[in-house]
Design a protein around this ligand. Sequence first.
Ligand SMILES: Cc1cc2nc3c(=O)[nH]c(=O)nc-3n(C[C@H](O)[C@H](O)[C@H](O)COP(=O)(O)O)c2cc1C
Length: 206
Amino acid sequence: MLCYPAKIESFLEKTMSAIKPKLSIKLRIGLKYPDEVLQLIPIFNQYPLEELIIHPRTGVQMYEGEVDLDMFEQCLNLSKHRVIYNGDIDSFEKYKMLSLRFGSIKRWMIGRGLIGNPFLAEKIKYHTEKPYDEKIKIMRAFHDHLFAEYLKILSGPAHITNKMKEIWTYMSGFFENGEKIRKKINKTHHRDNYVDVVNKVFDELV
Ligand SMILES: Cc1cc2nc3c(=O)[nH]c(=O)nc-3n(C[C@H](O)[C@H](O)[C@H](O)COP(=O)(O)O)c2cc1C
């Protein structure tokens, strides 16, 4: 809906008066063009939204190219609502750089960076870091739990391996030899084979 400001306005006009829970909006800065958002912020300003979560890329960009921090800054200056930054926070250093530039931002949303390093939030919030062995144990428990839960809802031998391979595209970044691990896992096509390979990977890590 990003390139249809009138539709967004009409949607908000109808829903805001009808719903009781708070409404937050998560958006990219445009579908095709990064300045599309500039037409939307004044519309959002008319409504009592809880917050805006902005990922400063366009829709067509997918995850290509850089996040547009200048456009994010313009949104921040225009918006009456609390703004949350979302995009490419995959290390403490990246968070630090962004928090220095956007001092007024108090909330951050992290997606892929947390699949790749589930300990990043702890590092950002408390400046603490667990020992490597403990991290690996937690990663393994997380993996096994996720796998068990997906098994309950996915049928067919390739469904589960495909789902887990998607997770590993991000999770492999955590390990020093991540690329090698990802390649090994990508070669599995059946559940049992996948479990064997992953168990071996984790056994070798500790
Ligand atoms: C596997 C995956 C699933 C996602 N699912 C959703 C979703 O259901 N709703 C949503 O608004 N964004 C979803 N996103 C987008 C993220 O919330 C986030 O906006 C985007 O990945 C950019 O943040 P990041 O650079 O920290 O990953 C998803 C992203 C990934 C990688």
